[in-house]
Write a protein that binds this ligand. Structure first.
Ligand SMILES: Cc1cc2nc3c(=O)[nH]c(=O)nc-3n(C[C@H](O)[C@H](O)[C@H](O)COP(=O)(O)OP(=O)(O)OC[C@H]3O[C@@H](n4cnc5c(N)ncnc54)[C@H](O)[C@@H]3O)c2cc1C
Length: 463
């Protein structure tokens, strides 16, 4: 029987791709009517929109080659340009020393230096949360300026977010490293991408290519989701699949690879996991994301690929111009700006109607000096309820409880951003998929797999 893959995002398709290359037969089960998950692109009139513009970049050996191999001539190499808006001014990101000296408000720079010196004199040793981490590395003034509001905007209360997130998400741990980093001519590849790859038809093209290969020796079922996963003697023997119309029973899967949210997959098991396991999965929390697209009646707006907005005066965290990644995604005389707004699904923002959101986003884009309201032709919005895994102070313990229980099922593997509650990018998805395929093909032990999962913890996001 085939290996069953739950979820047709880049991780699930990646696993299917590497396994089918090794001759395994694959069945992918996807809930929606299209593949790609968060790394999908979709058509909107004459535009191709990504679910948030994606750069393809990796410091993991071999992954850039996988992208290249899949995309062939459709792979564009882009020289990256980012900025950061701070204290009413724009700075290149990573910040350049000369630009910083000339443009950064002097009073703020002096207050950051003094506050850092004070921190060095009273070094904090027990670093538990996000706030501890940056206060100890940057001092109070720089923490407040650069990191505190950004945390509130994207993840929530910095005192309730684990220092682990800070380490994974922001590669520079203190001011000394920041200054050293500013002074080097060429950034270290693990700090910042110099160039990145981008598919001519949008990021979704990677998933399309993975799927093409899977279909040579397997199938992808759309509009389907598992409704029961039956386990006998520590092994999955049947999966009930709910389709748009009717149900199907998949018997004796060789392996089952899930890329679904852990709280969605656990209740499907029969016999059911004990209540404390289900509770641990439910305790894993997410932040939501609103992705707001504004079509502009101009060929181009920004010089950058994206601009970060860490201050709370702007509702968005980041604004990108996807046409700067590749001009083919938009008509010649128009462009699109994408604004990302994080919040909780219960926040009033999340349920605001599109017109009200449009008014807020356009107001802030005007305030940022990027557009005039009259330039905007129309808007489009998508909302992702469970977007950012929230690394709160108990997430690690809860995650481990869930993974330990799942470990007892010999032919089940959970990987990917949702499957491992991991703050990851597409390169990590491809790497996880490749490592799992290799594990299965080489018939390695469960202990080997647990060791590999620990290695996934070392992934970092590079801007
Ligand atoms: C705004 C934004 C910007 C990003 N920027 C970048 C970037 O610049 N570079 C980069 O490399 N990465 C970026 N990422 C991250 C990247 O998109 C994700 O890490 C990656 O796509 C996760 O893939 P996945 O397959 O693990 O999860 P998902 O993409 O979530 O895939 C899971 C799949 O499972 C399906 N599914 C869910 N529930 C069920 C069910 N019950 N039954 C069947 N199917 C189900 C979903 O429909 C989906 O297709 C970004 C993400 C976003 C949203």
């Amino acid at each position: 029987m085939a290996t069953v893959i739950l979820g047709g995002g880049i991780t699930g398709l990646g696993a299917g791709y590497f396994l089918s290359k090794a001759g395994e037969s694959i069945t992918v089960i996807e809930k929606r009517d299209s593949i790609g998950g968060m790394a999908a692109s979709f058509k909107h009139k004459d535009f191709t929109f990504d679910v948030g513009p994606h750069k393809l970049y990796s410091t993991i050996p071999g992954i850039m080659n996988v992208y290249k191999e899949l995309l062939g001539d459709d792979c564009v190499v882009v020289k990256k340009k980012n900025s950061l808006r701070l204290c009413g001014r724009y700075f290149s990101f990573p910040i350049k020393p000369l630009q910083f000296i000339i443009r950064f408000p002097k009073i703020k720079a002096i207050s950051c230096s003094f506050s850092y010196l004070l921190t060095l004199m009273n070094k904090k040793t027990d670093i538990i949360n996000y706030e501890d981490y940056f206060l100890s590395g940057f001092g109070n003034a720089a923490y407040k300026l650069l990191f505190e509001n950004f945390c509130w905007k994207v993840w929530g209360d910095p005192k309730k977010i684990s220092a682990e997130l800070a380490k994974r998400r922001i590669p520079v741990p203190n001011i000394t490293e920041l200054v050293k980093n500013m002074l080097v001519k060429k950034q270290k590849p693990e700090f910042s991408a110099d160039t990145f790859y981008y598919p001519k038809k949008g990021v979704g093209e990677v998933c399309e290519k993975l799927a093409e290969n899977i279909l040579k020796n397997g199938s992808i079922s759309y509009g389907c989701q598992p409704s029961k996963i039956m386990v006998e003697n520590g092994k999955i023997t049947k999966i009930e699949i709910k389709k748009n119309i009717g149900k199907e029973l998949l018997k004796n899967p060789k392996n089952v690879i899930s890329t679904l949210y852990l709280q969605d997959v656990l209740p499907l098991f029969e016999p059911s996991p004990p209540q404390h396991i289900l509770d641990a999965a439910q305790a894993l929390k997410y932040r939501s994301l609103i992705i707001f697209y504004i079509i502009i009646n101009k060929p181009k707006v920004l010089d950058d690929h994206w601009i970060f907005f860490p201050e709370k005066d702007f509702i968005f965290n980041r604004v990108s111009e996807q046409k700067n990644f590749c001009k083919d995604i938009a008509p010649e005389n128009k462009t699109v700006l994408t604004a990302e707004i994080s919040c909780d699904a219960e926040d009033y923002f999340f349920s605001l109607p599109q017109e009200e959101l449009a008014s807020l986003v356009m107001g802030d884009l005007e305030k940022a000096g990027l557009i005039s309201r009259n330039d905007a032709a129309e808007s489009h919005v998508i909302k992702i309820e469970k977007m950012y895994p929230v690394y709160d102070l108990s997430y690690k313990k809860n995650l481990q409880v869930v993974l330990d229980w799942l470990n007892s099922i010999s032919n089940f593997y959970t990987i990917g951003r949702q499957g491992l509650f991991a703050y990851t990018n597409t390169d990590h998805s491809i790497d996880m998929a490749q490592k799992l395929a290799e594990h299965i093909i080489k018939n390695k032990t469960r202990d080997d797999w647990n060791y590999t999962i620990k290695y996934f913890d070392s992934y970092k996001i590079v801007d």
